[in-house]
Design a protein around this ligand. Structure first.
Ligand SMILES: Nc1ncnc2c1ncn2[C@@H]1O[C@H](COP(=O)(O)OP(=O)(O)OP(=O)(O)O)[C@@H](O)[C@H]1O
Ligand SMILES: [Mg+2]
Length: 646
């Protein structure tokens, strides 16, 4: 029959600047179920070193450790994690409990890597804590316990996964006589159940308590004797254990976050400011864009675009020069979704004379579909021959009561240039059909009236612009506009551009988008700041929890699990910050919109779900990125060194 554990010629040296310090010089030992072994020897003799090798924390040694006849020598890191998880239970001199977990949770960590249900886990922990006499202290934190109590928690934890071997490196070193007796009694009971107990001790009392005494000196075994009969029981461990699951990793991080609540709330607050600012900027952008578009489509029909021939529809001289032929009109008619194309013309600086008073306007244009009838303040649009519609700005200057002007006859006059052949004055007596009240300062006249005025003087009317009506939804307007702008002549040059208020819509939207992205990027800098904050905090967390990391590795968490703990901590911080930021953003949106609704009747902040998702995804990615270095550092920590961290 194989021994439970066999050590064959174990050697180990430490190197200090290439100088070799041999600690273990060939150790041969066999251990079995039901033994309670005390290892004694001078301080610095290598007892702990040997225990670390047996425990699977140190694989840098000579010789072989056999478990049930099988060497651990070639086991992978994963196998060694599993070995610690399943076969080894640890009890340390200074207890090594995890401060942010309760007594029950400290015992339960090992079981969180099992297939047990939560209820079964808690039942088992309660059973074990009862066994060590701590039923009444299960929900305390370690700092609320006495030394003896702490060590009993540690024993319960070591027993949780029902390991075959319990390694106790000076378990009573920090305890008084009474507590020492209690602990020894418990350890003996454990051996009675068929486990192998390996204790290291400096105390003669402890050494004489077990079933067997092993003495070490000068890196060798100098004495090995049985003190009494070993127990004739064999531990039967059939618990299924695996690395910590994804969900349990998050749960463990969550516990840690709530334990350090104040600090973490501050971090969440800090990150939330960054996330909130970006959300808010995007929302403000949506609002301003919406508001501007609404303002503009209030003035003009959004489905009608005004087109000139020339490259810049906002340049007055280009508009003046522009003259569209029937061929041009046909080209525009061919564009997808264009329903109707109408000719239009413009005249600069028209004058109106009424009761010997003259007023000059900026411009007069032929009435077309861009004009919305709701912008008629009094009267109607000029549909009949010899009618004009005046803008309110001019009408105001002509009569106290603008309304009185409707139906009145006035003299309309302007000057036109005939093919660079000198100027030609034009005039006609017309009737005021109505007064308009919009942003447009233009006077309006029907195409026919204007044309007949030109014919009278034998001048051909220049079709400065055309209006194209786009059918269907407003969404079709932008693509149609782009298609018109992209029409090229035989030289490959673009021929047309959009003019009037419609051209403003897309230019304005472009500017607003640009401004929003600039603002959001500036706000985004605070996201970077919060990323740096998280990196710093995680590094501090790694430093603070070095010992905990050692304990968790000893219990059997893998490197990946440790990395996962810090990643999930960062992600949880990101999630909570995002929730806080979203909440604040919506509340502020509500308040601001409510406050200014009286003046502009429009929701100026419009944060939409897409904005939220977009910002949250970016924030989480940043947090993931931030966790990379600290979590990598945590995973790389050597468990033995971590355990001896102060
Ligand atoms: N990481 C290390 N690097 C270099 N030397 C080490 C390291 N760890 C231990 N040693 C040395 O190895 C020797 C054995 O140390 P070990 O901790 O195994 O002794 P010990 O028998 O457990 O002593 P004690 O009874 O005081 O706990 C000591 O001389 C110690 O200085
Ligand atoms: Mg030691």
């Amino acid at each position: 029959m194989n021994n439970l554990l066999e050590l064959k010629n174990i050697t180990k040296s430490y190197f200090l600047e290439k100088e070799e310090f041999p600690v273990l010089k060939g150790i041969d030992l066999k251990f079995n179920y039901g033994e309670f072994v005390s290892l004694v020897g001078e301080s610095g003799g290598g007892k702990s070193t040997l225990m670390n090798i047996i425990a699977g924390l140190d694989s840098n040694y000579g010789g072989d450790v056999y478990l049930e006849g099988k060497s651990l020598r070639n086991d992978t890191e994963k196998k060694m994690d599993e070995y610690r998880r399943k076969t080894i239970g640890f009890i340390f001199q200074n207890f090594n409990l995890i401060g942010h977990m309760t007594v029950l949770e400290n015992v339960k960590v090992a079981l969180e890597m099992s297939d047990m249900s939560k209820k079964e886990q808690i039942d088992r922990c309660e059973m074990l804590l009862k066994k060590v006499g701590l039923s009444d202290h299960m929900h305390k934190h370690p700092n609320q316990l006495s030394g003896g109590q702490k060590q009993r928690v540690a024993i319960a934890r070591a027993l949780a996964s029902d390991p075959d071997i319990i390694i106790a490196d000076e378990p009573t070193g920090a305890l008084d006589a009474e507590n020492t007796d209690d602990v020894l009694k418990i350890l003996d009971d454990i051996a009675k159940e068929g486990k192998l107990i390996l204790t290291v001790t400096h105390s003669d009392k402890v050494a004489s308590y077990g079933t067997r005494l092993v003495r070490m000196a000068g890196g060798k075994i100098t004495e090995d004797k049985n003190l009494r009969e070993k127990y004739n029981q064999k531990n039967n461990n059939n618990m299924k254990l695996h690395p910590l699951s994804f969900v349990n990793t998050f749960k463990m991080s969550y516990r840690q976050l709530t334990y350090n609540l104040k600090r973490n709330l501050l971090i969440i607050f800090g990150s939330a400011i960054g996330i909130f600012s970006v959300m808010f900027m995007l929302g403000l952008g949506n609002g301003i864009k919406g508001y501007m578009n609404q303002q503009i489509s209030d003035q003009i029909n959004p489905n009608v675009v005004q087109i000139i021939k020339g490259k810049n529809g906002t340049d007055m001289s280009e508009i003046n020069k522009s003259n569209l032929s029937d061929n041009d009109i046909n080209k525009i008619k061919d564009v997808k979704d264009v329903k109707k194309v109408e000719k239009g013309s413009m005249v600069m600086q028209p004058s109106i004379k009424y009761k010997n008073k003259s007023q000059q306007g900026q411009m007069m244009q032929t009435i077309n579909a861009t004009f919305l009838s709701k912008n008629v303040k009094y009267g109607s649009t000029p549909v009949n021959k010899n009618e004009v519609m005046l803008p309110s700005s001019i009408a105001k200057k002509m009569a106290k009561n603008q309304k009185d002007l409707v139906g009145k006859k006035v003299d309309l006059s302007f000057v036109t240039i005939k093919n660079n052949n000198g100027s030609i004055p034009m005039n006609r007596s017309v009737k005021i059909s109505g007064i308009s009240d919009g942003v447009s300062p233009a006077m309006y006249i029907s195409y026919e009236t204007l044309k007949s005025m030109y014919q009278e003087k034998n001048v051909t009317l220049k079709d400065n612009f055309v209006t194209a009506t786009i059918k269907g939804n407003v969404d079709k307007v932008q693509p149609a506009q782009d298609a018109i702008k992209n029409i090229k002549n035989s030289n490959g040059k673009k021929e047309f551009s959009i003019t009037g208020a419609g051209s403003l819509v897309s230019t304005l939207n472009n500017y607003i988008n640009l401004a929003v992205y600039v603002l959001a990027t500036i706000a985004g800098i605070s996201l970077l700041v919060s990323a740096i904050m998280i990196i710093v905090v995680l590094y501090i967390s790694v430093a603070e929890r070095t010992k905990e990391i050692g304990i968790l590795r000893a219990i059997g968490l893998t490197k990946g699990n440790i990395r996962g703990l810090f990643f999930s901590e960062s992600i949880l911080l990101g999630i909570f910050s995002s929730i806080a930021a979203t909440g604040v953003a919506y509340i502020l949106q509500f308040l601001i919109n409510f406050a200014i609704n009286g003046s502009i009747h429009y929701d100026i902040i419009q944060i939409n779900p897409i904005n939220i998702i977009y910002v949250v995804v970016i924030a989480l990615l940043i947090n993931l990125f931030a966790a990379m270095l600290p979590s990598g550092k945590a995973a790389k920590l050597d468990p033995i060194e971590s355990l001896s961290a102060e």
